[in-house]
Design a protein around this ligand. Structure first.
Ligand code: PLP
Length: 372
């Protein structure tokens, strides 16, 4: 029987493509260094785990309100300087983004996506019937001229992911202000994917407090190593939140109740934990960047935990996918090909592993490329 066109046209997340090959190599006893992981090699803080366990022990295991616990929404409202009506707790920011696209897009509505971009936007937008309109960046920064050229009467939104996955770039504040103005003049939404908002080594917050047409999607995954808790939230107008809530009520209902208690606890340790993580990742970023630029052409990233070097002088006629596969099989280092993020001459290197693995990984890459 024929399945839906939606599903047939939907591609699997491309970051999992390498899993069978890695498993095969590991089975063969190969010691692979992974520069591919999208989460910190730091455990979830003890107090968050304890609070979650206590919540289970205290029977906080039943259904709760679809949009989230009032106690959690109150803390978030204070942080974001909004009302609780402007917040919905979602199953990770991934679900938040999905519900946003479902809420705002009609068939062939256009969403401008600066390139490089995080892998999921494309498929989520397709599933919502929308159309992706890609905009070039320049040195990983927004290209306002190009964005202006891409705005049409069909433009419904632009996605701003800063700090950016995969480039680690933090977009310039002036450019973000320009985007805000353009969105208000041309009446489209600005979707801020703020998954990495706390991993910002610049010290200044790149994004805005809520504005009329802003939709900000946030996550506990990267800031507190809570990826498995599946918890994030969306901050938007009452109208948008009302519709997200409707959708969520039909797909998952509330987010895991005890995860929400864990998330409440995270606010008690917020500044100390983030300070600690920033220090760790800044050190790793500095080491990884210094080693990377000895081999590739790399722009220094200022946030998240990724490097996105340009590798065209090493390709020797190969595609970047072939190059990535070669690094995996010959140098035993796994990186991600830039193509999955919309760029053909780059690779993504995640520096979430140990300092030793960072040194060893780059040393393997260098040794292999120097001898071939
Ligand atoms: N946005 C970006 C840019 C990401 O890199 C990720 C995860 O890797 C997410 C959103 C989704 O994170 P989660 O659903 O765990 O909150």
């Amino acid at each position: 029987m024929k399945l839906s066109d939606k599903v047939i046209n939907c591609n699997e997340s491309e970051t999992v493509k390498f899993t069978p090959l890695i498993n095969k190599l590991k089975k063969e006893g190969k010691d692979i260094i992974s520069f591919a992981v999208g989460e910190a090699d730091i455990n979830t803080p003890e107090c968050i785990k304890e609070e979650t366990i206590n919540a289970i022990k205290n029977n906080k295991t039943k259904y709760s309100a679809v949009s989230g616990l009032i106690s959690l929404k109150k803390i978030i409202a204070k942080k974001e300087k909004v009302k609780i009506e402007n917040i919905i707790i979602t199953n990770g920011s991934k679900q938040g983004l999905y519900e946003v696209f479902q809420t705002i897009l009609n068939k062939n509505d256009e969403v401008i996506i600066p390139v490089p971009y995080w892998v999921n936007y494309k498929e989520q937008i397709k599933l919502s019937g929308g159309k992706c309109i890609f905009s070039n960046t320049s040195n990983h920064q927004l290209n306002i001229k190009d964005i202006k050229n891409k705005i049409t009467s069909k433009t419904k939104a632009i996605i701003i992911n800063s700090p950016n996955n995969p480039s680690g770039a933090i977009y310039y504040k002036n450019d973000l202000e320009e985007i805000k103005k353009l969105s208000q003049k041309n009446k489209f939404y600005v979707i801020y994917d703020d998954a990495y908002e706390d991993l910002n080594y610049f010290g200044e917050k790149s994004n805005f407090v809520l504005h009329d047409n802003s939709i900000s999607v946030k996550s506990f995954s990267k800031s507190f190593s809570m990826g498995g808790f599946r918890i994030g939230y969306v901050v938007a107008s009452n109208e948008i939140i009302y519709h997200l809530n409707k959708i969520q009520s039909h797909i998952t209902g509330n987010v895991n109740t005890f995860s929400q208690y864990g998330a409440i606890k995270s606010f008690e340790i917020y500044s100390d934990e983030i300070k600690k993580r920033k220090k760790i990742f800044q050190k790793k970023r500095d080491l990884a960047y210094s080693l990377c630029k000895e081999i590739f052409n790399c722009i220094k990233p200022h946030g998240a935990f990724y490097l996105f070097p340009e590798v065209s002088n090493k390709l020797k006629g190969q595609t970047v996918e072939e190059f990535t596969k070669m690094l995996l099989t010959k140098a035993n280092v796994l990186v991600m090909p830039g193509t999955i993020f919309g760029m053909k001459k780059h690779i993504r290197i995640s520096y979430t592993c140990s300092m030793n693995d960072i040194r060893e990984g780059f040393s393997r890459i260098k040794k292999y490329l120097d001898s071939n």
